[in-house]
Ligand binder design. Sequence first.
Ligand SMILES: Nc1ncnc2c1ncn2[C@@H]1O[C@H](COP(=O)(O)OP(=O)(O)OP(=O)(O)O)[C@@H](O)[C@H]1O
Length: 306
Amino acid sequence: MTKPTVVVTGVAKSYGNVTAVKDVSFTLNEGETVALVGHNGAGKTTIVKLLLGLIRPSEGSVKVLGEDPARGDFGVRQRLGYLPESVAFHMALTGRETLAFYARLKRVDLSCAPELLERVGLAAEAADRPVRTYSKGMRQRLGLAQALLGQPRVLLLDEPTSGLDPALRRRFYDLLDDLRSTGTTILLSSHALTELEDRADRVLIVNQGVKIADGTLDSLRGLARLPTRISLKLSNGASAENSNSGGAVWSRARNDMVETEVAMEDKVTLLKTLTANPADIAALHVMEPTLDDLYAHFLNTKRAAE
Ligand SMILES: Nc1ncnc2c1ncn2[C@@H]1O[C@H](COP(=O)(O)OP(=O)(O)OP(=O)(O)O)[C@@H](O)[C@H]1O
């Protein structure tokens, strides 16, 4: 059974006459990885700060692990991990000393530090070097180790992969998969939509402080009803227009391919027709709407309604 770890109800947050967040409600569950996406200034950091208890809502309520995080309950803070977008460490401390510093602040056991440094790929040699000698990616990994201190039940990550090369990104997401399997709730705030696509169980889209979409990628696809793109290359250089191409309208694409768009409900029928004679087909690609497409769709729908 899904167990909620974060419950946000009707939350608004204003700074003077700037309303950063308006009537936002959502629930995050144990073992769920949720992407929080939105333009610059959409309200993502404000939501994360509300979950951390760094700011109080002007309206509504925030509960993290059953408590109000702004009350300063230490038990909750110990079970919350946070990686800010820009990690600022004391440059003279080594990686190991930095972790010891944060472990004391969080009042958690430091015995897990060597394992954490290992997990984020900071080898023993790097762990004992001052942070000022670290590359940006190494600092980011130390930031992640800091966020993982005390085995948090809820992990809040702001642009966690910025500064990581592709191999480290993969390693980072593998690490998140391990945490998810132990029941950790992970909220990832990011602009890197393509890499979130296969990684997040759910996507929350915010715009101008308002939540405009919340669901799995498949459920958002179902709501948006955007077409599927099919691209095709026929054998022997034959033209799709002349073949049994299911009545679709084809246009020229790259690499001698042709492409068409088909409504969700017609996709299977068209694919059946196209693949009736497999020998006719040199290449076939089926592209479902990406998170980028869905993001643009929900923002445009919101704009059109205004
Ligand atoms: N302390 C503050 N005082 C006044 N306005 C603020 C404050 N913090 C945030 N805001 C405003 O609230 C709105 C939401 O800001 P927020 O930082 O939550 O956006 P964001 O989605 O995290 O943006 P980004 O992707 O650029 O980090 C913006 O209009 C911002 O200017």
